[in-house]
Design a protein around this ligand. Structure first.
Ligand SMILES: NC(=O)c1ccc[n+]([C@@H]2O[C@H](COP(=O)([O-])OP(=O)(O)OC[C@H]3O[C@@H](n4cnc5c(N)ncnc54)[C@H](O)[C@@H]3O)[C@@H](O)[C@H]2O)c1
Length: 320
């Protein structure tokens, strides 16, 4: 039977550890999050669906719970990912229920809410009103909170290990000129992924951090009016119903490609710090761009703690 946020274990005191691996998926009530959740449930995982759409979330948890053969493998927690405390509660409930958290898919998102380039109306003092930047709150801030919480709970696991995968976009790798705020947020997700992955690998922690970058064709992202009407995207999800009607089929990325990219990170510990560009049936693993020169590389790869310690040692040596 599917359980919800009202089910047992919400006080975080359950210390028993499930024998099945556990996942928390934000934006799991629809689209790509739902496809990944469905796949994991079919593979015997416990899945916590995190979403602010309560109707879909509960319906999905109920349905997936039945597919999980009536066992207590699925729960739904209603969360607005832009609210840290709400997200924290979902992690607490997941831990309380299953006593482990193996995978977090930080996936919830939507598109730009405002035409950033449109002539703004002036207020009395001549300045334009504050723009609507909620896309950054959901697509970047929400992912930052998920990443912070994931790190904490992964370190509570046996072996202190876990896998974080976030959803960026082709707009995380290339400019979507018509949707600059979405582009900024999704570039932010790629940056967060690469920075965390490198640091955790340096520290020898068994936690991998990767992201997926699904499609958004340039010919559409260049047309802001169309994008505003249709929202961004080219995987057939809740974000893209009308877009699907006008997209040539060869440019549509199937959900199977998204599931393939995400599970490739679950199956392979050596994949870390990668941005999986999902395009049609293909997954291209993008690494960071090359350094412009050795100075840039030195700045970005040198440990300043070590340099500082060396300098102090030298100064103390001189003082003797
Ligand atoms: N569809 C595409 O082609 C495409 C392309 C590139 C990137 N993306 C990204 O993929 C991710 C998933 O989107 P999708 O295409 O599956 O769309 P979708 O609308 O089907 O699913 C998104 C889910 O996120 C939830 N959500 C939105 N804001 C939330 C919030 N503040 N708190 C909690 N839940 C919230 C929605 O309720 C929904 O269930 C998003 O980050 C999106 O930007 C989609």
């Amino acid at each position: 039977m599917a359980s919800t946020s009202n089910g047992h274990g919400s006080n975080g005191t359950n210390t028993s550890r499930s024998t099945s691996p556990s996942a928390l998926i934000t934006g799991g009530a629809s689209g790509m999050g739902l496809s990944v959740a469905t796949h994991l449930v079919s593979q015997g995982w416990n899945v916590c669906i995190v979403d602010f759409n309560e109707t879909s979330g509960q319906e999905v948890a109920e349905r997936l719970g039945k597919q999980a053969q009536g066992q207590d493998h699925v729960q739904f927690v209603k969360v607005d990912v832009t609210d840290y405390e709400q997200q924290a509660k979902a992690f607490v409930e997941t831990w309380a229920r299953w006593g482990r958290l193996d995978f977090v898919f930080a996936n919830a998102g939507f598109g730009d809410k405002q035409d950033f380039y449109a002539q703004a109306e002036e207020r009395a003092d001549g300045s334009p009103a504050k723009p609507n930047i909620s896309v950054i709150d959901v697509c970047l801030l929400g992912v930052v909170y998920s990443a912070f919480l994931a790190l904490h709970y992964f370190r509570k696991n046996d072996g202190k290990k876990g896998k974080l995968v976030s959803t960026s976009s082709l707009c995380g790798l290339y400019p979507g000129e018509g949707i600059p705020l979405y582009t900024a947020a999704k570039h932010g997700v790629v940056g967060l992924t690469r920075a965390m992955a490198r640091k955790l690998a340096q520290s020898g922690e068994s936690i991998t951090v990767n992201c997926i970058c699904p499609g958004d064709p340039m010919w559409l992202s260049g047309n802001l009016l169309l994008i505003n009407a249709l929202r961004e995207g080219l995987v057939d999800t809740g974000l893209t119903p009308v877009l699907m009607a006008v997209s040539p089929p060869e440019y549509v990325t199937p959900h199977t490609t998204i599931v393939k990219a995400v599970t490739s990170f679950l199956d392979d510990d050596s994949k870390n710090g990668l941005a999986a560009e999902c395009s049609g049936e293909n997954v291209h693993y993008r690494v960071q761009q090359e350094f412009g020169d050795d100075k840039a590389e030195w700045i970005m790869t040198t440990s300043f703690e070590r340099l500082w310690a060396k300098r102090k040692e030298e100064e103390e040596g001189k003082g003797k």
